[in-house]
Design a protein around this ligand. Sequence first.
Ligand SMILES: C[S@@+](CC[C@H](N)C(=O)[O-])C[C@H]1O[C@@H](n2cnc3c(N)ncnc32)[C@H](O)[C@@H]1O
Length: 201
Amino acid sequence: MRTKFKAWTIPYLEEHQEYSLTDEELSSLDDFYLEIGSGKGDFIIQMSEKFPDRLFLGVEKNVTCAGITLKKIVEKEPQNVKFLFKDGAEVVRFIKDHSINKIYLNFSDPWPKKRHSKRRLTSVNFLEEYKRILKPNGNLVFKTDDIDLFTFSLEMFAEAGFKVISSTYDYDGSDNDDAITEYQIKAVNKGVSIKRVVLGL
Ligand SMILES: C[S@@+](CC[C@H](N)C(=O)[O-])C[C@H]1O[C@@H](n2cnc3c(N)ncnc32)[C@H](O)[C@@H]1O
């Protein structure tokens, strides 16, 4: 479901740069946790509260979602969150090699048409970048309600050489290193099972 455009988010994102990073700052960032496609920010905010010693970077390319997330961040004033209103592809290329502990992909857009498959956040171009920026003992954590995207992604992970640490087609939300998201709540309410995989290098 498309998020209804909210015009206030455009000036809001311009006015609140305090949680943003320049490309230079991004390229010197180390030892952090990344979420691409943060939506309305519930995951990153809950995780920053649960793990105050971790630095989280959220990335979202939709202006309305990004504005909503940033407003939540500005109101809560977490000390351990950075946020970029950008396309994930534009962000990852500036990230230093082996600087990330975990990359979280939550309910990524499925892009069901084959001609759009390169836009999937689990497509080969992204996976090669994730391998470069993850620490050797880092993890990629992917959850979705979309069985076709999950099947495609498992194939891509295997091809790219990721190792499955745990995988389930019926995730109950019980991993402590996790937080519930807006799309997860929607899926649960519809009775759709959550698929989740944790990967290492
Ligand atoms: C289906 S929503 C899920 C939102 C949230 N993670 C959740 O679980 O509720 C996917 C989000 O990822 C964002 N997104 C998709 N591709 C992206 C990309 N390349 N870079 C940044 N954000 C992206 C979309 O704009 C959208 O807000």
